[in-house]
Design a protein around this ligand. Structure first.
Ligand code: ARG
Ligand code: ZN
Length: 872
């Protein structure tokens, strides 16, 4: 059954207030709910009230204190209908009993390592009580909870603690009240035996906020970086967006079983513990970076998501795109802006572009879905952030801040829409953004084609840009988008090239607006033939093809004043060589020499920091090259071409690279700061090149693994060895597994590295891992680390023509789907690669999917993804 945006209508009844009473016992939880409800003005008397439920069983029901007769209501697992509710304000009281320990879907109230916790976004609250479980129903919540003191000394919920005490018979209770109106998806409750660290933050108006992070006992020290990140986020949101925190408490709880990264419940964020815990011996620099980002992300939701929420789930991008933009900006300000930009674009290209160019493509604001959980996608999140970034580019810094100020002022307390968001930008800037809003409504990555010409006689330079979006499922024809192209022209000596006059299109300072299918700009008074630098800072989420050759690209890599484009030029140069070679056109020695020289010059440039250099020498992954080729891809050929190119690049300079590698060793105590992390990432990047492209790397990797004093060094050495399947790889994997036995988050790293091995034994080893009796088959992190990593990042083995890789995944999905459909459907999305593959692999993949569909009863989550991939 499909849900359509066009069918949106407000509920006939409002919920005025909510009182919940949880009695938590070892084997069951009883939930008593009192909802104060009233009809809306337009509602006709006798209109039924339909509340949502999911796997609920009603124990009792009363209206204004009087039990309801059987004929007055209908209840089943999915709904509770009052046939003729009073046509006035009334109190509906219901009671249900839950079994949180049996809730393996991890939606609603469940138990994770003994702790009771909740996840309600998007539709989990209906698994706790019958309710109008949709984001446009806002109410104040008061929660009483009681639990055995010995098992659950800590009792938390949203808002402020207003009362607590003894409840007799070994039980104790707490009452939490949240004064802010909220939709049910922001509800949260935690009960358990947890340790904590506390701190405080004084807001810009001088209010003191108590901060707490709760975790498994013994892990307190590992929460300090998260706490530091939280305080920096709070200060940053005041500075950059004028946003102050609004409650007296802000709590975070880390749990081990969680369907995704984290959740922004009002005043009580719940986190996947992999995004909280960090110590140098077990967490990598990338983990620290991730913790900082996600702590910030969830905190920023307090304004973009909670104070202003979504009217319906089609508007998810309203809160997610904007909040991702905010967390990206935070990290850019806290660390290095160019490095962060490159990082974010790399992520966009490796995950969002494949989604947008395949069978699962959908607009950032979709208008239909079968299962909303399938729409928490990289398109909604990351492309959504790119759209906000383009608004910031179009309006300029001051204009953007003016717009967001108006957004917070106009919509505080609202459940609103993308349309209203755009309207704010229009009203504050006076710009017409109607065409711009197509970005939200249309799927697919635009392809921008560039060609240029210089006429020396007239000193005229012409630049033609044209845009095109390939059809995507359900969208045969596409409209032209408003594409901001930040640009510069570079003269032969590498310095910026001016012009006297430009005609033929809209150019505002250094911004070209490409808003029709094609524009041709004519620049007059251009003294020499320039090289164009386009899409500086990646000013729009598009793919670019141009008539620039390798020489022009390497010229840009050397001279562009825009650090992003310097990086991108190297990437494009390398991608092109690998892709052509995979398709049978070998590179020339001169091309490789030139690329090598550009890489070495970058490495030796004293003005560039190591983190940036690490990104510059990062030769594009197989998956990126595969996307570039686009169709009939043979991943074996891509992998071989990539290895050949790295070998050719490294060969003559291996010694030099090794010397640089040794020179980068960080001495002194570990710090996760950007500077140290940058040195380590460059060092690991060099280790990767040396291992793929020379016979020196394997041994270096062994040594680095054994000498490592932190996880960043150790993990990189193991992962590089595994990916290249060096002679030492099996021993390193073996050592790692026993060395860190008993640490589940480190086990995830082992699973990921194991899944990326490219040798033919990898599937058999994974089967054995998965079949081991002690493999935690209900934990999302474990499953994603093994199966998700394999399907997403090991194209050589996953897409084998004999179908072994595909079937390994589909067979695992059958089991996982019965336990946790969200995790199963997410892993299945790896099959979106099928349309890009050569015939034999494609056929094998389709057969595996067809067998999955024909032979099993599947969840709505998996069913939807499966059908979309098979149709696409
Ligand atoms: N709102 C949460 C966040 O962005 C994530 C919720 C994800 N929900 C889901 N069903 N996948 O931080
Ligand atoms: Zn979010």
């Amino acid at each position: 059954q499909t849900i359509y945006l066009k069918d949106y209508a407000p509920t006939p009844y409002r919920i005025v207030s909510v009182e919940l009473d949880f009695k938590i016992l070892e084997d069951s939880t009883r939930v008593r709910t009192q909802l104060t409800i009233e009809p809306r003005e337009q509602t006709a008397p006798g209109t039924p009230l339909v509340l949502d439920g999911d796997e609920l069983k009603l124990d009792s029901i009363a209206v204004d204190g009087a039990p309801l007769v059987l004929s007055a209501y209908v209840s089943d697992a999915n709904s509770l209908t009052l046939m003729e509710p009073p046509h006035r304000r009334f109190v509906l009281e219901t009671e249900v009993t839950l079994n949180p320990a049996a809730n393996t879907k991890l939606m609603g109230l469940y138990r994770s390592s003994g702790t009771w916790c909740t996840q309600c976004e998007p539709e989990g609250f209906r698994r706790i009580t019958y309710y109008l479980d949709r984001p446009d129903v806002l109410a104040p919540f008061k929660v009483r909870m009681s639990a055995p003191r010995a098992v659950a000394p800590v009792l938390l919920a949203n808002g402020n603690l207003v009362e607590s005490g003894d409840a007799g018979e070994g039980m104790h209770f707490a009452v939490w009240e949240d004064p802010f109106l909220k939709p049910a998806y922001l509800f949260a409750l935690v009960a358990g035996d947890l340790g904590s660290i506390t701190d405080s933050f004084t807001t810009m108006s001088g209010r003191k906020v108590d901060l707490g992070i709760y975790c498994t006992h013994g892990k307190e020290d590992e929460c300090l970086y998260a706490m530091d990140s939280l305080k920096r986020s709070m200060a940053w949101d005041e500075r950059r967006f004028g946003r102050e925190y609004d409650l007296d408490v802000f709590n975070i709880v880390a749990v081990s079983d969680f369907n995704f990264g984290a959740m922004e419940n009002k005043g009580l964020n719940i986190f996947n513990d992999r995004l909280v815990f960090a110590k140098p011996e077990t967490a990598t620099d990338a983990n620290y970076h991730g913790i900082e980002r996600v702590i910030a992300h969830e905190y920023f939701h307090n304004w973009t998501g909670n104070r202003i929420t979504c009217r319906d789930w089609f508007q998810l991008c309203l809160k997610e795109g904007l909040t991702v933009f905010r967390d990206q900006e935070f990290t850019s300000d806290e660390r290095s802006r160019p490095v962060q930009r490159i990082h974010d674009v790399q992520n966009l290209r490796t995950s969002q572009f494949p989604e947008d160019g395949g069978p699962l493509a959908h607009p950032p604001r979709p208008d239909q879905y079968r299962e909303i959980n399938n729409f928490y996608t990289t398109t909604v999140y990351e492309k959504g952030a790119e759209i906000v970034r383009m608004l910031a580019t179009l309006l300029g810094e001051a204009g953007f801040r003016k717009a967001t100020d108006l957004y917070f002022e106009r919509h505080d307390g609202d459940a609103t829409t993308i349309e209203a968001f755009i309207k704010v930008f229009e009203d504050s800037s006076g710009r017409d953004l109607s065409q711009f809003s197509t970005w939200y409504l249309q799927a697919g990555t635009p392809q921008v084609n560039v060609s240029d010409n210089y006429d020396a006689a007239s000193q005229t330079y012409t630049l033609t840009l044209s845009q095109k979006v390939e059809p995507t499922p359900g969208e045969a024809t596409k409209k032209p988008l408003v594409i901001p192209v930040r640009f510069g022209l570079i003269g032969p000596n590498g310095s910026p090239m001016g012009w006297s006059k430009v005609s033929g299109g809209t150019v505002e300072d250094d911004l070209i607006l490409l808003d029709t299918e094609s524009v041709t700009l004519t620049f007059a008074g251009v003294a020499n033939k320039p090289v164009p630098s386009l899409f500086r800072g990646f000013s729009a989420p598009v793919k670019v093809t141009s008539n620039l050759g390798q020489e022009d690209l390497l010229f840009l890599a050397r001279h562009d004043s825009d650090p992003f484009n310097r990086w991108d030029a190297l990437q494009t140069a390398a991608t092109t060589l690998i892709a052509n070679a995979a398709l049978g056109t070998a590179w020339s020695a001169g091309e490789v020499d030139a690329l090598r020289q550009a890489l070495v010059d970058t490495l030796e440039n004293p003005d560039l920091d190591p983190a940036y250099k690490a990104q510059a020498i990062d030769i594009p992954a197989d998956t990126v090259v595969g996307r570039h080729i686009g169709k009939d891809v043979n991943p074996d050929a891509v992998a071989a071409a990539r290895k050949d190119l790295v070998t050719a690049l490294v060969g003559p300079v291996a010694e030099k690279l090794e010397a640089i590698y040794h020179g980068l060793a960080v001495s002194g105590p570990y710090s996760p700061d950007a500077a140290q992390a940058g040195s380590r990432s460059l060092r690991n990047g060099l280790l990767g090149l040396l291992t793929t492209g020379s016979d020196r790397g394997a041994e270096l990797a062994d040594r680095q693994y054994n000498d490592a004093t932190n996880m960043t060094e150790r993990y990189a050495a193991m992962a590089i060895s595994a990916r290249n399947w060096t002679p030492g790889a099996p021993a390193l994997l073996g050592d790692f597994r026993t060395r860190f036995a008993g640490d589940p988050l480190v086990f995830d790293k082992w699973l990921t590295a194991s899944a990326q091995a490219t040798d033919d034994g990898v599937i058999e080893r994974m089967r054995a891992t998965l079949a081991a009796p002690d493999f935690p088959r209900t934990n999302p992190n474990r499953l994603r680390s093994l199966l998700g990593s394999f399907a997403m990042t090991n194209p050589v083995q996953f897409t084998r023509a004999d179908g072994l890789g595909f079937r390994f995944i589909t067979e695992a999905i059958v089991d996982i789907d019965k336990v946790n459909p969200q995790v199963a459907s997410r892993i299945l999305t790896g099959f979106r690669i099928l349309p890009t593959l050569e015939q034999s692999r494609r056929t094998a993949g389709i057969e595996a999917l067809q067998a999955l569909k024909d032979q099993h009863k599947l969840s709505r989550n998996v069913g939807e993804i499966l059908d979309r991939i098979l149709a696409g």
